[in-house]
Design a protein around this ligand. Structure first.
Ligand code: ADP
Length: 464
């Protein structure tokens, strides 16, 4: 099949979270199965040079080779994309985000035509690419070029929908008749993700449990009704993890490589992390790690409420993250009050993330909701036991066999789960057995990619 993937992030070029990881792995997995893959991505300012071979330079795009026969088109528009960050700065989202990503969507379709690449499938990701199915529908039936093209939309987090004031509508470049409550309108505003859901042939999200949850008022963020309406075309496909990047046996960033067969070597990483954090170097304390966006979604409201009680125990806590000012401030204060027990690094720091995954004993991830979550999968691979709230992809990947789970989102239940972890940690044999179970878990792209192909094939054979 000819498949185009469209997204605003892709490892190794641009990443703020799991979306970038998925786009780093899925196109390569499709290419390896013999499909002809094209990826389009905005050409941001800080894109690393030279990570893939350049094969052409067009008037408005740089073309790179991906895998065996794939191509990446980095779409250029200096005033839109040559900025420090992807979506915004300290003052908030860039005010022209609608214009920027509408441009990206329109350019993607124009580029495919110019390159005479008429795809079987366009697979768009999140609100930034969700205008593409709307543009295709708006242009049809006049546009024969995309006559046989079907569109899949993947929702990586329904909490981010691309909502903009109605006054910005002209930037979309589509007819006013699409602005109505059955299409792009959402309580008087423009909602790009909603438009994508309405006009795509299939919708996927990144875990089976999350696919059910987003059809409910609690976790649908106002789009549960639209999704219920399209539920026969909605699929939950768990993300895979790229084990070539996340493998403690070969990881170049960590102090000592190890595997399930050489678990004793993991201690070296714990000691290294304790040194870096300025903690007492000792096997005894339970070293808890967090690598996360600092957002309420990730459970920081709950962590804030239990922190005092947690720190009464023999624990150390290291946090790497960036995000909401309120949590940055809370964590900064916590580290100042407990310099021997709490270390906080604000910012995005890939090597330090690896140090935490390999050095911590427990990975704290009490997300209030979690579409899939990659960090718990990574910590499992590193034998760092995740402690999670049973929601979304966390419920699909972590149990009391390979980690710790609490079922009611409350302070009390989180503290009970922490107590279970501390008690198990006091029993090295039982802790080790759970580490081995964790390291044996595999969330492979080989499995996920086949599920995507099944969806592609299904919509290809059905009429649009
Ligand atoms: P999200 O909801 O942010 O997409 P995921 O768990 O799906 O969460 O993916 C997060 C990805 O981003 C992981 O690869 C994680 O290691 C990485 N990450 C998150 N925060 C940081 C940070 N501050 N520094 C380095 N990597 C980070």
């Amino acid at each position: 099949m000819k498949i185009v993937l469209c997204a605003s992030e892709m490892v190794p070029f641009a990443k703020t979270g799991g979306l970038g990881d998925v786009l780093g792995a899925l196109p390569l997995a499709l290419d390896a199965l013999g499909h002809e893959v094209v990826v389009t991505l905005p050409k941001y300012k800080n894109i690393p040079q030279g990570s893939l071979p350049e094969i052409a330079h067009l008037a408005d795009a740089t073309v790179l080779r991906l895998g065996e026969r794939g191509r990446v088109y980095l779409i250029e528009h200096p005033s839109y994309f040559q900025r420090e960050d992807l979506y915004g700065d300290k003052t908030g989202d860039y005010p022209d985000n609608l214009e920027r990503f509408a441009y990206y969507c329109r350019s993607t379709l124009a580029l495919l035509k110019r390159e005479s690449f008429s795809p079987d499938i366009i697979h768009v990701h999140d609100w930034q690419a969700a205008l593409i199915p709307v543009l295709l529908k708006a242009a049809a039936p006049a546009d024969k070029f995309f006559k046989n093209t079907r569109v899949v939309l993947t929702i990586h987090n329904i909490g981010y929908q691309g909502i903009f004031p109605k006054g910005d509508y002209d930037s979309l470049g589509i007819d006013q008749r699409f602005f109505n409550p059955q299409m792009l309108e959402f309580f008087g505003s423009i909602n790009l993700l909603k438009g994508g859901i309405v006009f795509s042939d299939a919708i996927t999200t990144v875990s089976p449990t999350y696919a059910r949850e987003i059809q409910t008022p609690e976790l649908g963020f106002g789009l549960d009704g639209v999704l219920l309406h399209k539920r026969s075309a909605l699929y939950g496909i768990l993300n895979g993890l790229d084990y070539s990047l996340w493998n403690p046996a070969t990881d170049k960033y960590i102090a000592r490589n190890y595997s399930a067969a050489s678990l004793d070597d993991k201690h070296v990483n714990k000691q290294h992390l304790q040194q870096v954090c300025g903690f007492t170097v000792s096997d005894k304390p339970l070293l808890c790690g967090i690598v996360s966006r600092l957002a309420q979604q990730k459970g920081f409201d709950l962590l804030r409420r239990v922190a005092g009680k947690l720190l009464l125990r023999d624990v150390q806590l290291v946090v790497l993250g960036s995000g909401d000012a309120v949590y940055e401030k809370f964590l900064g204060n916590l580290a100042r009050q407990h310099p021997k027990k709490v270390c906080v690094r604000l910012g995005f720091d890939d090597p330090f993330a690896h140090a935490i995954y390999s050095g911590a004993d427990l990975f704290l991830m009490p997300s209030h909701y979690e579409p899939c979550g990659l960090t718990q999968m990574i910590s499992l691979a590193y034998g760092t036991l995740p402690l999670i709230y049973k929601t979304g992809g966390l419920a699909d990947t972590v149990s009391e066999k390979n980690g710790f789970v609490f079922n009611v989102y409350s302070e009390g239940e989180l503290l009970k789960a922490i107590k279970r972890a501390i008690d198990l940690f006091a029993n090295p044999g039982a802790w080790r057995a759970r580490m081995e179970e964790a390291m044996g878990c595999r969330f492979s792209w080989d499995v996920s990619v086949k599920e995507y192909i099944r969806v592609y094939e299904k919509i290809k054979t059905s009429s649009s």
